[in-house]
Design a protein around this ligand. Structure first.
Ligand SMILES: [Zn+2]
Length: 397
């Protein structure tokens, strides 16, 4: 009846084919796990013109503070070549100590373990001295428009506030307990267009080749490095992702060249200071005559992509210490506190409360034969249960 067994929880969730944006029965299954524990469950459908409606779930146990949120998603990526799976992707079969299925690690496994941890906590101690909530979206692997952002807004409009959040994405590179993510780099993209003058390749003085100017500008974006990294972050890094001229003729100097770039940046920068630095680099390179001696500065424009992701670093001691000490007491090793990797929904949650990420081992996520060691489900449940106990002790002080 109660959801204390993470393996059974996960099998139930995997058997719901919830490929984004389908609910697939996964949120109903989770509701059936949480309701008997005393959670008040809301199913929130988010809509936006031009995108499919997506169902999300918010569930809360308790009415008082302190308030701990667990966040994640029940949607999964498509299975790919179903015939290539050793065990069918929605069958949740166990073989040689591993549980197979789409979403096993990303991230129905994390949800199954957190639900089991809460169920065990309630069974042993009764309701927590405070509140626990689940904020679960069905739109993380898709466009992420009708998911976490709107669910956070909905909950806030209904008076919800939180003191801390754990996102259950698979954060461990090799073995369970390796790594807690305590922040993420920011991400900023842009496109440069260089305007030249079209002409005959044999008469370059009558033309102005934009490729020369583009080479100077892209060089200036990559060198010198933006920074050397900080205590908690890798060095910021810019990659030029495409350079386009689209000129089929060998005897024509083209009129125009464009290039796109993406930069992953650390807490040395904000999106604004970084944009200003990039423009400073481009202006200096545009005026440099190395590849265009005697010419006017390169004529260029820059178009910034919408909505950069901002860098963030969580510095909440009760949260980080409770989780890393729980990992250490269950696994015997202390986890690395990392900010590496791509973005996640934590980037939205950080505007509401301190957030960290910790879940299963990510090696098979999005792959054929996605699977999790059954033993890891037990270990993660034990870690989450210890964490819940310690967080309420620490947050109450
Ligand atoms: Zn995920």
């Amino acid at each position: 009846m109660t959801a204390t067994n993470p393996v059974a929880n996960l099998q139930t969730l995997i058997r719901c084919p919830s490929v984004t944006p389908a609910e697939g029965g996964a949120l109903s299954a989770l509701e059936a796990m949480l309701s008997p524990l005393g959670f008040k469950v809301d199913r929130v459908v988010a809509k936006e013109a031009g995108t499919p409606d997506v169902e999300n779930l918010y569930a809360r146990l308790g009415t008082e503070g302190p308030h701990l949120m667990f966040a994640g998603h029940t949607d999964v990526v498509p299975v790919g070549d179903e015939g290539a799976w050793t065990h069918p992707p929605f069958a949740a079969e166990i073989a040689n100590g591993e549980l197979f299925g789409r979403g096993a690690v990303d991230m129905k496994g994390g949800i199954a373990c957190f639900a089991a941890a809460v169920a065990r906590h309630v069974e042993k101690h009764g309701a927590p001295k405070g509140s626990i909530s689940f904020l679960i979206t069905g739109d993380e692997e898709g466009p992420s428009i009708n998911g976490t952002i709107k669910l956070l807004q909905w909950a806030t409009e209904h008076g919800e506030t939180w003191d801390a959040c754990v996102v259950g994405e698979p954060t461990n590179p090799n073995k369970l307990g390796d790594m807690i993510k305590i922040g993420r780099r920011g991400s900023l993209s842009g496109k440069i267009v260089v305007h030249g003058v079209q002409g005959h390749a044999a008469y370059p003085h009558l033309a102005d080749n934009p490729v020369r100017g583009m080479l100077q500008l892209t060089q200036a974006l990559m060198d010198p490095p933006f920074d050397a990294g900080t205590d908690n972050f890798q060095p910021s890094n810019l990659e030029v992702t495409t350079i386009d001229v689209g000129n089929p003729a060998t005897n024509v100097i083209p009129a125009r060249a464009s290039a796109s770039f993406n930069i992953r940046f650390n807490d040395t920068w904000t999106a604004d200071t970084l944009q200003a630095d990039i423009i400073r680099r481009l202006d200096a390179a545009a005026a440099d005559g190395a590849l265009r001696p005697g010419r006017e500065p390169v004529k260029y424009e820059i178009i910034w992509a919408d909505r950069p992701s901002h860098v963030f670093l969580t510095r909440n001691n009760a949260l980080i210490a409770s989780l890393s000490s729980a990992v250490e007491s269950v696994t015997g090793a202390s986890p690395a506190l990392s900010t590496a990797g791509g973005t996640s929904d934590a980037r939205f949650i950080k505007d509401y409360c301190p957030v960290v990420e910790f879940g299963l081992v990510g090696q098979t996520m999005h792959m054929v034969d996605e699977r999790v060691a059954v033993a890891d489900l037990e270990t993660l449940t034990a870690i989450y249960e210890t964490f819940i106990e310690r967080w309420f002790e620490n947050a109450g002080v």
